[in-house]
Design a protein around this ligand. Structure first.
Ligand code: ADP
Length: 886
């Protein structure tokens, strides 16, 4: 080839050749180098055209798949693209020659050629290595037996065009097509193809003379003319173009033309041709692959192998069918449809996939929606939970504050005997502090016995109490006489309280221990007990529903009943009351519901069988209904036997005193009587003696007169004493009758009229109307006589007025004795009714008169009062009832 180049004299041609040489070198380097670079067992696959052919990939893949059947080493396939359409025949040979040179040192185990260009250009390189390789060809349209006979190492599949068959299919698919156009070229392969087509056409047209054939030589016709001949306004079906040898140029024409192009090259399908009657690439690749495997595995000897024809069929382009409105059904009758749109190809799959996808999408949306809503719900729940938590914290704080404000000590435990909460009172008690701020949960989680013990009878009972509450789920009372002992500060106090379960919907959550320091209570209780014991006041309660009395503990035992007895039935209590008091006591007790309260005294038998006096105060509590409270009547019972004894002693003493008084009065009356009799004799005889004496015995006469006066004074005293003693001893013996007060007063005043001092007048003031009184005439006369006597005695000038008036209601008479005498000082007024009282000790009188008046008037149902002004006079008023009520 180099020699040939240098023989060209023409410098222009030389330059062209030089450029071509450079180009070829570049080509060789660019295309061959990849092949050169790699070593190992491989099959070289030389394709006539480029990798852009749609079937190129199918061939590669199909053969590669078959190569996996090669025994021994793994066999690769390396493809070389000749790209013959852009190269001249010489260039093709140069390119392949370079290729063969490059693989000389790393030779393939077999060479596959595809298409006429690849095989014939390879053979015509006349490279020394050609005969060394087993060569398998495929897609060989024009089999040159003469050449091939020189190469026994070459065998393969031909694909000789079957134009007649194609023409028949065209006629059937395009019934109106009458004009056939054949595109030819002036090169070796094209002219071979043209000749073959013409041969076939002639045999067809001989039988079908109505069909016409025009031949356009691409090499000779200007492109514009050619294009204009193949251009139509819209797609035409009465014209058909047949391309015996397909090239990229015819591909361009096919793409731009509006009439269907038919070829015999599979690569034209999808590249402007309507259809190609050619071997189907995948089948072709499979056939060739199998042959290659057979040769490489030593099963087939290429030297004895006959050239075989590849299976051919009509290959339709899907888009072209659609463009020319040829039904797919019809087309399928003659061959296969290629380049279907993805949608058409996988319609069902797409439909199913779409449905699945839709379902999945819907499901996904539902799942997303649900998860979104769930997320929303969770978010809401979280917010709600936060709010609940906040309000719970607030509520807990309120409850905590409430517990802290309580004076009772409170502690809660969980079911594992661990502390949850303690209130302020307990903390202050245990640690002897007085904190005002306390959390209450400082001791959360510590064991119950780390804070305090509860001792009873010498042992710690706290755990036992908690266990009991946990087991029984019931309130448990702390045993009596228990006391708390602090673990840290060793504080020790008596306590009373309860433990109860903390239940939530019936489930035990913990235990609450509520108690209080009972020191004060104990002291108060003892004081109360002492007070009760000393005063003998015993509180009791009575249950109407159970008809029984409950007494203070120990009381019944203290009065002789059985030990530990503190309850008595109503019947028992009734049987203990003295028969004399039963009726009254029961009447008062049963009437409590109406009266509300009562006080009764009775005698009742104690446990020793002795009757003692009691005062019992009872109170009915109406708000304590039977179903709300057990006890409706409460009261206190007081043993009054002591007082009763004192009372009896007093009565006895009084009676004795009265008796003595009576004896005294009796004695005085008798004595007065006995004294009066001799006195009367003395006075009488001294009076007679005085009258018997004459003028000369003046002194004796005077002495007799003195004896008479003093005897009278003594008689007055005796009379007064007698009157008083008579009143006291015979107070019950009054002679009560009805009298006219007017007459009584006239009678009394008249009697005294004669004995007034000089310069003193006596006046009687009586109303015109009569007024009757029930009274003892004599005793009232004594009273008035005393008052008038006093008035006369202490009045030296003026007037003494006696009278009466009635009160407004007319049931009382107000008798008055008024004088204008010396009067009585204010400070002495209250004492003048006392026995033996006199303002002036040296004044004549016993001081018994007014005392007598007071006593008599009281017995007559009246009373006496005095008003006086010193130096001006005195007024006594007697209030006397008209009738004496019994
Ligand atoms: P007597 O017998 O001494 O009068 P009374 O009991 O009658 O005793 O009176 C007691 C005293 O009251 C008298 O001593 C006198 O001082 C005083 N008294 C009684 N009546 C009058 C009166 N009318 N005017 C002044 N003083 C009187």
């Amino acid at each position: 080839m180099v020699l040939k180049i240098f023989t060209i004299a023409d410098s222009r041609s030389f330059l062209i050749y030089l450029l071509r040489l450079v180009f070829l070198i570049c080509l060789s380097v660019s295309f061959v180098n990849p092949v050169l670079a790699e070593k190992g067992d491989y099959v070289l696959f030389v394709q006539s055209y480029t990798s852009k052919l749609s079937c190129s990939k199918i061939w590669n893949e199909g053969i590669k798949n078959q190569l996996s059947n090669v025994k021994g080493k793994k066999t690769e396939i390396k493809t070389f693209y000749l790209n013959a359409k852009f190269l001249s025949y010489t260039e093709e040979k140069a390119k392949l020659s370079s290729l063969l040179d490059s693989i000389h040192n790393n030779p393939p185990i077999l060479i596959i050629t595809e298409g006429d260009e690849a095989l014939y250009s390879l053979i015509n390189t006349r490279h020394a290595d050609i005969k060394d390789y087993p060569i398998v060809f495929m897609g060989l349209q024009y089999v040159d037996h003469k050449i091939l006979s020189n190469y026994p190492n070459i065998c393969g599949y031909s694909s000789v065009p079957e134009y007649l068959q194609s023409i028949h299919i065209i006629v059937n698919l395009f019934p109106e097509a009458r004009d056939f156009i054949c595109l030819t070229e002036d090169n070796f392969v094209s002219s071979k193809a043209r000749n073959l087509f013409m041969k076939e056409w002639n045999s067809f047209s001989a039988k079908n003379p109505s069909y016409h054939l025009s031949e356009y030589n691409i090499s000779k016709m200007p492109t514009t003319l050619l294009v204009s001949k193949l251009q139509f306004n819209r797609h035409v079906t009465d014209k058909v173009v047949i391309v015996p040898k397909w090239t990229p140029y015819t591909s361009v024409l096919g793409k731009s033309s509006q009439c269907p192009f038919f070829t015999v090259a599979s690569e034209s399908v999808g590249n402007g041709a309507f259809a190609a009657y050619a071997p189907e690439p995948s089948i072709e690749a499979k056939e060739v692959g199998k042959l290659v495997c057979g040769i490489l595995n030593g099963e087939i000897n290429p030297r004895v192998r006959e050239i075989e024809q590849s299976q051919t069929a009509m290959m339709f382009d899907y888009k072209q069918l659609d463009y020319f409105n040829i039904s797919f059904k019809n087309a399928i009758n003659y061959g296969k449809i290629y380049h279907r749109s993805f949608y058409e190809e996988y319609k069902l799959v797409i439909l199913i996939a779409s449905i699945i996808l839709s379902v999945v999408t819907v499901l996904l949306i539902i799942i997303l929606l649900r998860s979104w809503r769930k997320g929303l719900r969770q978010k809401r729940d979280i917010i709600l939970n936060e709010q609940i938590n906040e309000s719970l914290y607030e509520q807990r704080a309120i409850y905590d504050d409430m517990y802290h404000s309580m004076t009772e000590c409170i502690i809660t435990y969980n079911t594992n005997y661990q502390v949850n909460f303690i209130n302020k009172s307990l903390k202050n008690l245990l640690f002897e502090t007085n904190d005002s701020i306390i959390n209450g949960r400082e001791y959360f989680g510590i064991d119950s016995d780390r804070l305090f013990y509860v001792y009873n009878e010498g042992r710690d009972i706290l755990q036992e109490l908690i266990t009991k509450v946990i087991k029984e789920k019931k309130l448990v009372e702390v045993s009596k006489k228990s006391f708390l002992r602090g673990v840290i500060h060793r504080v020790s106090v008596p306590i009373t309280g309860v433990l109860f379960p903390i239940l939530s919907n019936g489930v035990l959550k913990g235990v609450c221990f509520e108690f209080k320091d009972s020191t004060e209570d104990e002291i108060n209780k003892n004081l109360l007990t002492m007070a009760v014991e000393n005063s003998q006041i015993i509180p009791w309660r009575y249950s109407l529903s159970h008809s029984c009395f409950i007494f203070q503990e120990g009381y019944l035992e203290s009065i002789g009943f059985a030990k530990d007895m503190n309850l008595l039935s109503r019947d028992k209590v009734t049987s203990l009351i003295h028969p004399d008091n039963i009726e009254d006591a029961l009447k008062q007790f049963d009437g409590l519901e109406k009266t509300g309260n009562c006080v009764m005294t009775f005698r009742a038998m104690d446990g020793y069988g002795e009757y003692l006096s009691y005062e019992c105060r009872c109170k009915y509590i109406d708000i304590m209904l039977d179903n709300a409270m057990s006890f409706n009547i409460v009261g206190v019972l007081q043993n009054v036997q002591r007082f009763k004894n004192v009372e009896n002693d007093l009565i006895e003493a009084r009676d004795d005193a009265q008796k003595a008084n009576e004896i005294k009065s009796h004695f005085l009356a008798n004595m007065s009587h006995e004294i009066r009799t001799p006195l009367n004799s003395i006075i009488g005889f001294s009076s007679i003696l005085k009258d018997l004496l004459n003028e000369s015995n003046e002194d004796v006469k005077e002495m007799c007169s003195a004896i008479e006066t003093n005897g009278n004074l003594l008689l007055d005293i005796v009379n007064d004493v007698m009157d008083l003693s008579m009143i006291e001893s015979e107070s019950k013996f009054y002679d009560i009758k009805k009298y006219s007060l007017n007459e009584l007063l006239i009678n009394y005043v008249d009697v005294n009229h004669q004995k007034l001092n000089d310069g003193v007048a006596l006046k009687l003031e009586i109303p015109d109307t009569q007024f009757e009184v029930e009274t003892d005439k004599e005793k009232l006369g004594h009273v008035l006589g005393n008052l008038i006597s006093n008035a006369k005695k202490f009045t030296t000038k003026g007037i003494v007025t006696v009278g009466y008036r009635t009160n407004v209601s007319g049931d009382k008479a107000i008798i008055y004795v008024e004088d204008t005498g010396i009067g009585i000082a204010k400070e002495n007024l209250s004492a003048i009714f006392e026995r033996f009282y006199k303002v002036d000790r040296f004044k004549q009188g016993t001081g018994l008169g007014l005392s007598f008046c007071k006593s008599v008037l009281e017995n007559l149902g009246g009373k006496i009062s005095v008003s006086s002004e010193l130096g001006k006079g005195t007024r006594f008023e007697i209030y006397l009832p008209a009738s004496l009520k019994k």
